[in-house]
Design a protein. Structure first.
Length: 261
């Protein structure tokens, strides 16, 4: 794949998005949010692959995969009026279907279609399927980290802005609570990624987001989280209790130890 692959991928995503007609104002807004997210994730993926000193072709591939990773979101919103996969479809599977129908990877002629599809399919799963090839694993890892780094950016911008209007896409429409659920506390204090099924309040969502630190694949990603002070920003947005203080200490120490290795 040549350098044009990068520019072409931006063009393909834009023209795919423009092919939707008669959107409501709310749909338009959500389209712009996902389009901008895709571009920032692509920048993150490129940045990570540069830190990893990958060959040029892998840098470009990482960028392209990230640019298309949420392409299923647009059809999902139009067909089901939600971004909630459990109430509609798996947006990663839908995205791969869209890419195949639009014959996008073929037109990029990168010969890496399977890597693109497997990385996208793995991006929203609890873990990366073990059966993937080494190349597929690498790109799934880059995409998952790049995606989490952007979600952390968006969330912490939102949490830090006290005047922001409530955003139910970010808080999952869950009740407020001052108490971290027992199951959530148990997972994060054991150094595990918090599972969605245990999340019962807005506060649990924040704790789950802190637990992403355990799931980052590269030291460069942890370094980025520390630099941007994402853990602090989430912590500062919670009401303090001994449990939350313990949790914050756990993730912070984990991140700092990662940097020593
Ligand atoms: Fe996604």
């Amino acid at each position: 794949m040549n350098e044009d692959g990068v520019n072409l991928s931006i063009k393909f995503l834009n023209s795919y998005i423009e092919s939707f007609k008669d959107l409501s104002e709310e749909q338009e807004n959500n389209f712009v949010i996902k389009q901008n997210h895709s571009k920032r994730v692509a920048e993150n993926a490129l940045g990570l692959s540069e830190k990893l000193e990958l060959p040029e072709k892998d840098k470009r591939l990482a960028f392209i995969i990230a640019m298309f990773h949420d392409i299923g979101r647009f059809l999902q919103l139009v067909q089901y009026n939600t971004f909630n996969d459990s109430k509609s479809v798996d947006h990663a599977e839908l995205g791969v279907e869209v890419l195949k129908n639009e014959r996008i990877p073929e037109q990029l002629s990168c010969g890496e279609e399977n890597v693109i599809y497997s990385a996208i399919l793995a991006h929203n799963k609890f873990e990366i399927p073990k059966k993937l090839s080494e190349q597929e694993q690498l790109h799934a890892k880059i995409l998952r980290d790049a995606d989490k780094l952007d979600i952390l950016k968006v969330l912490t911008d939102y949490y830090s802005n006290r005047n922001a209007a409530p955003n139910h896409t970010l808080t999952w429409e869950l009740p407020k609570s001052a108490w971290v659920s027992d199951a959530v506390a148990k997972e994060i204090l054991a150094g595990k990624l918090v599972s969605k099924k245990n999340v019962a309040s807005e506060l649990d969502v924040k704790i789950m987001q802190m637990s992403w630190i355990f799931d980052l694949n590269f030291k460069a990603s942890v370094e980025y989280v520390l630099e941007k002070r994402y853990l602090e920003k989430i912590y500062e947005s919670t009401s303090k209790s001994d449990r939350i203080i313990d949790i914050y200490r756990k993730v912070k120490v984990f991140a700092e130890n990662k940097m020593m290795k």
